[in-house]
Design a binder for this molecule. Structure first.
Ligand code: CU
Length: 192
């Protein structure tokens, strides 16, 4: 991504230098800077939409070699007037994908499949994050590598199926790097 941004900016600057007047140069340099900002933001946003459902930054964690499972996380906003439900998901790298929740039982954190999926109430945002609701990638066909984008789908009961990409963050990441906040829930070792 940084290569794309750098080369876009560099070629715009080269273009700018061909003009003689300083005004034109300044104008085009500002344009190049705006272009840079725009490319950076569009990469940063990483959003998907279907109907009134907005899907913000689907992500997962890099896995060590031989890992069989990984967690998928995302923020889902329902802008509509009727409740919806995330009922299933797929990912190219996973033989099987389930929707899970984590909960503390007798002081032990456990995870369990949600056969009915995750409710997405009208006018609300639901966060799938480490320590809570998550998408479980199972039967991984290979390791997830930081920086990769994993193609997949999310299916909603009412809105239907939307194609997404899961950005692979660092091993042990508790929140996406861009988000800049701490997750207060404890992490969980998905390898067990
Ligand atoms: Cu799980």
């Amino acid at each position: 991504m940084s290569f794309t941004i750098a080369s876009t900016g560099a070629s715009a600057l080269r273009f700018a230098r061909r003009f003689r007047s300083i005004e034109e140069r300044i104008g085009l340099t500002a344009f190049a800077a705006a272009l840079l900002l725009f490319s950076a933001q569009s990469a940063f946003a990483h959003e998907f939409k279907i109907g009134s459902i907005e899907i913000e930054h689907p992500w997962t964690r890099a896995t060590p070699p031989g890992a069989a499972v990984g967690g998928g996380y995302v923020e889902i906003t329902n802008d509509g007037d009727t409740a919806d439900r995330l009922v299933s998901a797929t990912a190219d790298i996973a033989g099987r994908v389930e929707i899970h929740e984590m909960k503390v039982e007798d002081g032990v954190m456990k995870m369990a499949p949600l056969p009915d999926g995750v409710p997405i109430p009208a006018k609300e945002t639901v966060k799938l994050a480490p320590g809570g609701y998550h998408i479980m990638f199972m039967q991984l066909k290979g390791p997830l590598k930081k920086g990769d984008k994993i193609p997949g789908t999310l299916t909603f009961e009412k809105a239907g199926t939307v194609k997404v990409e899961f950005a692979v963050e660092a091993i042990g990441a508790k929140a996406p790097e861009e988000a800049g906040h701490d997750d207060t829930m404890p992490g969980m070792d998905m390898s067990k």
